[in-house]
Design a binder for this molecule. Structure first.
Ligand code: FAD
Length: 78
């Protein structure tokens, strides 16, 4: 999971909470649907009051400014 600011998560990619441990099973076709590797989805996070921002790559952390992070939208390198 990417960096968290209070109740906000910035994820540079398009997926959240996937089980990397399942990758060998996906590559070898044991798991055919990649969605089965997603442990918690966006709706589950929303129910917990956590706001997910996909395709937002964090480029700098500014802890002296009350942990405000700078993020870059439309991050293309995933
Ligand atoms: C093939 C494989 C098998 C594994 N098997 C096991 C196992 O059997 N048992 C076990 O305990 N562990 C296993 N692991 C390790 C386990 O999956 C990792 O420890 C775990 O995924 C790490 O979770 P994480 O959330 O810290 O990082 P990740 O799962 O790597 O997630 C990091 C996320 O942060 C995002 N990100 C990175 N930089 C930025 C940025 N600047 N801005 C925004 N987003 C960013 C990335 O896109 C990514 O989605 C395995 C891993 C692999 C690859």
């Amino acid at each position: 999971m990417a960096i968290v600011r209070a109740n906000t998560v910035f994820e540079k990619g398009e997926h959240i909470s996937y089980g990397a441990c399942g990758l060998p099973y996906y590559v070898s076709d044991v798991i055919k649907d990649h969605r089965k590797m997603m442990i918690i989805n966006v709706d589950d996070f929303a129910k917990e009051g956590i706001d997910i921002h996909f395709r937002h790559g964090v480029v700098r952390v500014v802890p002296e400014d009350n942990n405000i992070l700078e993020s870059k939208t439309d991050y293309t390198s995933v």
